[in-house]
Design a protein. Sequence first.
Length: 114
Amino acid sequence: MITKADVLDCMMLAVAAFPTYNFDRPQVEAYYECLGDLEISKAELFEAVKQVVQTSSYFPTVAAIRDYFKKTIVPPTYNALEFKSPNAVVAPDFIRELKQRLRDSVHTPPESGV
C-alpha cells in the first residue's frame, strides 16, 4: 500500500515535467485519498505517473492514473468451472452437473466390453 509520502514523491516527477502546475498539500491529500485504495507499491505508482506524463499534454489526473492501472493490471485467472461473473454464459446448474459428472467419471471404473 502507498503512503502520502509515496504519493508526494511520485508526483514530483509530474511537477518537474509541468513546472507551471501548482501541486500543493491539499492536492497531495486528494490524490492520496483517491489512490490509497489501490493495492500498489510506490514503484508501481511512480511507473503509472511516468507513463501518464509521457503520454499526456496535461498534469496527471487521478482518473488518468487509475486508468493506467485498469489497462495494465492483469485480472486474476479464473477456473472456468468457478467463474462467478454475472455475465457468465454458463448457468450454475450446468456447472454443478458438469462437476458431478467429472467426479463420477473419476470414481467410476470404465465398463468392460466383455
